[in-house]
Ligand binder design. Structure first.
Ligand SMILES: Nc1ncnc2c1ncn2[C@@H]1O[C@H](COP(=O)(O)OP(=O)(O)O)[C@@H](O)[C@H]1O
Ligand SMILES: [Mg+2]
Length: 334
C-alpha cells in the first residue's frame, strides 16, 4: 500500500517499507492510537456524558433515554444519543430513524439526525434486517462499541446520552473503560418491588465500575386520569388493588386522579435507602407505546403534555447535579 501511514525509520536514517505482516500490525497500532486521540478529544468536545441503565428489561429505559435526549434538545442544547442495545431497535424507531444505515466518510462514522436535531448512533444501524437477530460474539460487540466511541464524528455536544441493554453486562463496562470523564449513570426503575431489587443491583454495579450514580428515575409511575363533570360533583373511581378513589370536581367541573398501576414511591424509597438523588417520576402514558409504533416520541408529539413536563423536571434535576461542578448558573441544587 503506497499510501500507508507506516514506515520503519532506521537509526542510520534509512527508511524501509515494512513487510505485509509488519505493516498490518503497525497500521492496527496506528489506528488504535488515532482512536485514542479522538477519544481524548471527546473528553473536551462533549461536555456531559450520561449512561442510562436498569437492572432488567421492559422498564422503559430506551423510552427514558430517548426522552432525556429530546427534553435536553428542547432546551436548545446540542445532544447525542448512543444506543448500544443490539437486542431492540426501539431507539431508532422512536427517533423516526427506522431502517437507517451507518454513514461512513473518510473512516469516520457520521450520526443520523433524529427529532429536534438529536444526533443518533445505534447498534441497530448495523443490522442487516431487523427481523434477523444477529448473534454478536463478545469481542465483535465490544470492538463495535469501541468504534462507536472513538470513530464517531459527534462534533461539539452539550450532552451525550448512552442507552444500554438491560442488566449489568459487558457493554457498560466497555464504555466506562473507554470513554473519559463520564458524569455518571441514571438508573431507571418501575415502582414494582422486583424492579427495585434490580435497581439496587445497578447501584452496586455502578460502584464496581467506579461510575457515580446521578440518581434514580421512576418510570410508569402512575396513570393520570382526568375528566369533566358538574362543578363540585363527587366521584368514586375503582382503582387497582380493589381500592376506591373519592374525588371532588373543582369549580369548573374538572377532576383528575392518578392511578398507581404498579404501586408508587418505590424509586424514591430506594434512592433514600442508598442516599442517592431521586430525579423524579414519569407517568404511565400509553402515548409512549404509540410513539414507538409511529416513529414520533411522546415529547415531540405532545410537547406541552404531562409527560413532557415530567421529563423536563427530571432533566432539570439531572442538569443541576452534573452541571453544578462545572459552572455556577444559579440552578437549584437538590
Ligand atoms: N411511561 C410509560 N408509559 C407507558 N408505556 C411505556 C412507558 N415507558 C415505556 N413504555 C413502553 O414499554 C415498552 C418497553 O419500553 P422500552 O423503552 O423499550 O424498555 P427497555 O429499554 O427498558 O427494555 C415499550 O412498548 C414502551 O413504549
Ligand atoms: Mg431498551
Amino acid at each position: 500500500m503506497g499510501d500507508s501511514p507506516v514506515r520503519i525509520n532506521n537509526p542510520d536514517g534509512s527508511v524501509e517499507t515494512p513487510s505485509a505482516g509488519e505493516q498490518k500490525k503497525m497500521e492496527a497500532a496506528y489506528k488504535q492510537m488515532k482512536r485514542k486521540m479522538a477519544i481524548s478529544e471527546m473528553g473536551k468536545s462533549i461536555k456531559h456524558k450520561v449512561m442510562v441503565l436498569s437492572g432488567k428489561g421492559g422498564v422503559g429505559k430506551s423510552t427514558v433515554a430517548t426522552g432525556l435526549a429530546l427534553a435536553l434538545a428542547q432546551k436548545g442544547l446540542k445532544v447525542g444519543l448512543l444506543d448500544i442495545d443490539i437486542t431492540g431497535p426501539n431507539v431508532p424507531k422512536m427517533m423516526g430513524l427506522e431502517g437507517k444505515r451507518l454513514h461512513v466518510e473518510s473512516g469516520r462514522i457520521h450520526p443520523a439526525q433524529g427529532h429536534l436535531g438529536v444526533k443518533v448512533i445505534s447498534m441497530a444501524f448495523l443490522l442487516e434486517d431487523e427481523d434477523t437477530p444477529v448473534v454478536w460474539r463478545g469481542p465483535i460487540k465490544l470492538g463495535a462499541i469501541q468504534q462507536f466511541i472513538g470513530d464517531v464524528e459527534w462534533g461539539d455536544l452539550d450532552y451525550l446520552i448512552i442507552d444500554f441493554p438491560p442488566g449489568t453486562s459487558d457493554e457498560p463496562l466497555t464504555v466506562a473503560q473507554n470513554l473519559p470523564d463520564i458524569d455518571g449513570m441514571v438508573i431507571v426503575t418501575t415502582p414494582q418491588d422486583v424492579a427495585l431489587l434490580d435497581s439496587r443491583k445497578s447501584i452496586t454495579f455502578a460502584n464496581s465500575l467506579k461510575v457515580s450514580v446521578i440518581g434514580i428515575i421512576e418510570n410508569m409511575s402512575g396513570y393520570n386520569l382526568s375528566g369533566k363533570t358538574s362543578p363540585g360533583a363527587k366521584l368514586e373511581l375503582s382503582a387497582p388493588g380493589g381500592r376506591t378513589i373519592h374525588l371532588t370536581a373543582d369549580e369548573s367541573g374538572d377532576w383528575n386522579a392518578t392511578l398507581d398501576i404498579f404501586k408508587s414511591g418505590g424509586g424514591e424509597k430506594t434512592a433514600l435507602e442508598f442516599d442517592i438523588p431521586f430525579l423524579g417520576k414519569l407517568p404511565f402514558d400509553p402515548g409512549f407505546v404509540r410513539g414507538c409504533d409511529d416513529g414520533v416520541h411522546r415529547i415531540v408529539s405532545e410537547p406541552e403534555g404531562a409527560s413532557s413536563a415530567a421529563f423536563a423536571n427530571v432533566v432539570n434535576n439531572i442538569q443541576s447535579i452534573v452541571e453544578q461542578t462545572n459552572d455556577d448558573d444559579g440552578l437549584e441544587i437538590i
